[in-house]
Design a protein around this ligand. Structure first.
Ligand SMILES: [Zn+2]
Length: 352
């Protein structure tokens, strides 16, 4: 599999691109040239038992049972020639959003939307067979636990000056365009799902393109105004303040530290019910030969050249969990990451 195909497959797999997936692959789709956005919609599904438009699906909460039977979708082709399937009402709302944006000279299209659990399982099996279970688990979203299963999660891409812009690394070059798009979401019943800096809550890095339909304009407005994630809204909480202390390194750049912090926050998102209070860089002394030897002991096949330690303080859930005692402030919890020359950080081990 070449790099291009690989990236396409990763995208199809619902990889948490460049942030929580552990692989900084761009979201390539197919070869793209044409800008003609002809979208012929054809209704498909039939049943109308209804779905819960406010269902939470994330790394901890699976797609509700019976969802795929109740789901009604439309299938369209985007300007890249890819097939895209979207829940019916979400598609109507998307068309209204798109038309609204066009009045401001902003052009968007749909990269991917619904992916069935069976399709996700097929990708997981394929990756497991080709690259092994560890790699597959790291890079492919667990079948049943992707918001894209709902048909209500849409990945947008941009058309700038007549050219399709769909690679993640290119799309993030247009923050002002995304700001225009984000400002219009709520009035069409959408929210931005993976907010900047909320990896420890959503389990995903910032994705300006991933929007979620809620079928409720008032609710979408409320969430957007409060600047919180859907998880926080459902938990009845405001965004907790996290204190970050990621400065003072003579070895690592601010971007290095931020990249390591995102990895930690993504993993922390799997600590069910825990609330992050602080995230700190433990200092340059952690990049020592002894620590390098320790991380190499975890995976001797890797040529790690640098190691970094971050620490976190967090609060455990009131009712306790398998891993933690109830309602306790945990301080100085350690996270070890390492990297090879020219590669990204790998989270090696954590604990206290
Ligand atoms: Zn997405």
């Amino acid at each position: 599999m070449n790099k291009h195909t690989m990236a396409a497959a990763l995208l199809a797999a619902g990889l948490t691109l460049g942030a929580c997936g552990g692989a900084a692959q761009p979201a390539a789709t197919t070869q793209a040239t044409t800008a003609a956005a002809t979208q012929a919609a054809t209704a498909t599904a039939t049943q109308t038992q209804g779905i819960d438009y406010k269902a939470l699906v994330n790394k901890l909460n699976p797609l509700p049972e019976g969802w795929e039977d109740a789901l009604e979708t439309v299938k369209i082709k985007n300007s890249l020639g890819d097939d895209v399937e979207v829940e019916k009402k979400a598609y109507d709302a998307y068309l209204a959003l798109k038309a609204d944006l066009e009045k401001e000279g902003v052009h968007v299209d749909l990269d991917s939307a619904r992916r069935s659990v069976a399709e996700q399982q097929r990708i997981m099996d394929e990756f497991t067979e080709k690259y092994g279970a560890d790699y597959a688990k790291k890079t492919v979203a667990t079948p049943g636990y992707s918001e894209h299963h709902t048909g209500l999660a849409l990945d947008l891409y941009l058309n700038i000056d007549g050219k399709d812009v769909y690679l993640n690394e290119d799309m993030v070059q247009y923050p002002e365009v995304w700001a225009q798009i984000h400002a219009k979401l709520a009035e069409h019943g959408f929210i931005l799902r993976y907010l900047k800096g909320a990896e420890h809550i959503t389990g995903y890095g910032y994705e300006p393109w991933h929007i979620r339909y809620l079928d409720d304009v008032d609710l979408a407005k409320q969430i957007a105004e409060r600047g919180i994630t859907f998880e926080e809204y459902l938990a009845g909480k405001d965004a907790p303040t996290v204190s970050y202390n990621l400065e003072g390194s003579q070895i690592f750049s601010a971007a290095d530290l931020e990249e390591a912090a995102v990895q930690v926050k993504c993993q922390f998102a799997t600590f069910a019910g825990c609330e992050l209070h602080s995230l700190s860089f433990a200092g340059d002394a952690s990049n020592s030969p002894e620590n390098l030897a320790k991380v190499k002991a975890h995976d001797s096949s890797k040529e790690y050249t640098q190691v970094i330690e971050l620490t976190t303080n967090f609060h455990t859930p009131a009712q306790g969990s398998d891993a933690f005692e109830a309602d306790k402030e945990i301080e100085g919890y350690q996270w070890w990451l390492a990297r090879e020359d020219g590669k990204g950080w790998q989270l090696i081990t954590w604990g206290n």
